[in-house]
Design a protein around this ligand. Structure first.
Ligand code: 3PG
Length: 400
């Protein structure tokens, strides 16, 4: 982007593909981290006199307008953060988008409606995606990719559009890539990875590659129960992906062969029922050893002994990467495990990276100071796929 700015962007229409996929409670944004993350790029472009057209997806609408997934709240928040009026187009490439872009003055910023309201954005058909990219290209003179959270998607605005316009990477993408490089090239050891989240199937590829790179893997969240099962324990009614048990067993054997310390919970908070996340009514649970989860109970957070154990495994690390909550952190009674891990990262002298929409949001909603971490990535799937060593379409398209 610096080269682009040096060439001059005054009066040019610059399409900024951002990731404004923020968590919403109705129309209230519960964590605006992803909006704040794109500010440096938007401000630099607007400050240089560009006409900035910000576009993003939000959630997973079905290729048609759906008010529940409108980007209007994100556009309003961007306007507040910029302290400027930010016009909002109520479509992506239609009349409203064209009129809104045409109405922008030098230094103005506008936001388009959710890109995924158009079926061409996510289409598997090259021609359909290409046709949508052509329409988007007609709205701009230059493309800046800065939606790091979506660079792993081969979508029209991420993959096809940059080929149609002069393009550059924005400051967020540049910052994210330079941090993730530190985890893949010459990582400082001990390198400790904490993985949580609901489903082990979402993390298989990254675990596979970490078994050759990390020194220690600490497992928590819903996915831990598939590991406990693979160890031969009964897990009651806990989240379990039975079909993944053989895969996980093979990972555990490989960890041992490679000298990677794979650490599983030793105790969990277990309950007969999933907590009410809406009312947040107090939950009834007991703390049980991880190898003695009663048949009628499910584990919903890591227990106190595990929190201490994991904190001790993080304490001497030189690098820590953390992705995924350790329990149902949206409920206050089951947020303790996630909070303990965040605190352990804050207390350690390691270079710490938090990746993933949920863990990043957890860190902020639990009241931690973002500056206490080395880096909080805006990418969930994107940062995991980067660590896996995959080619990410949205990065490859910018390198061309
Ligand atoms: C994310 O939240 O990880 C990104 O915004 C990508 O969203 P997606 O998984 O719906 O493509």
């Amino acid at each position: 982007i610096d080269e682009l700015l040096a060439e001059g962007v005054s009066g040019k229409r610059v399409f900024v593909r951002a990731d404004l996929n923020v968590p919403l409670d109705g129309t209230t944004i519960t964590d605006d981290g992803r909006i704040r993350a794109v500010l440096p790029t938007v401000k630099a472009l607007a400050g240089a006199g560009a006409r900035v057209v910000v576009a993003s997806h939000l959630g997973r609408p079905k290729g048609a307008p759906d008010p529940a997934f409108s980007l209007a709240p994100a556009a309003a928040r961007l306007g507040e953060l910029l302290g400027a009026e930010v016009p909002f187009a109520t479509d992506t490439v239609g009349e409203s988008a064209r009129a809104t872009v045409a109405g922008l003055g030098d230094g103005g910023v506008a936001v388009l409606e959710n890109l995924r309201f158009n079926p061409g954005e996510t289409s598997k058909d090259d021609a359909e995606r290409g046709a949508f990219a052509d329409e988007l290209a007609s709205l701009a003179d230059v493309y800046v990719g800065d939606g790091f959270g979506a660079v792993h998607r081969g979508h029209a605005s991420v993959d096809d559009l940059p080929a149609r316009l002069p393009h550059a990477a924005g400051y967020l993408i540049a910052a994210e890539v330079s941090v993730l490089k530190k985890l893949t090239e010459d990582v400082k050891r001990p390198y400790v990875v904490v993985l949580g989240g609901a489903k082990v199937s979402d993390k298989l590829a990254v675990i596979d590659s970490l078994l050759a790179k990390a020194d220690r893997l600490l497992i928590g969240g819903g996915m831990a129960y598939t590991f406990l099962k693979a160890q031969g324990h009964e897990v009651g009614i806990s989240l379990l992906q039975e079909d993944q048990v053989p895969v996980v067993k093979e990972y555990m054997e490989r960890a041992e062969r490679n000298g990677v310390e794979l650490v599983l919970p030793v105790d969990v908070l277990a309950s007969t029922e999933f907590p009410d996340l809406r009312t947040k009514a107090p939950a009834e649970y007991t703390t049980v050893d991880a190898d003695r989860i009663p048949a009628d109970k499910e584990g919903l957070d890591i227990g106190p002994k595990t929190r201490e154990l994991y904190a001790s495994k993080i304490a001497d690390a030189a690098t820590v990467f953390w992705n995924g909550p350790l329990g149902v952190f949206e409920h206050p009674d089951y947020a303790g495990g996630t909070r303990a891990i965040a605190q352990a990262l804050v207390d350690s002298k390691a270079f710490t990276v938090v990746g993933g929409g949920d863990s990043a949001a957890a860190v902020r909603t639990l009241g931690f100071d973002e500056d206490a971490f080395g880096h909080i990535s805006t990418g969930g799937g994107a940062s995991l796929e980067y660590l896996e060593g995959k080619t990410l379409p949205g990065l490859a398209a910018l390198e061309d």
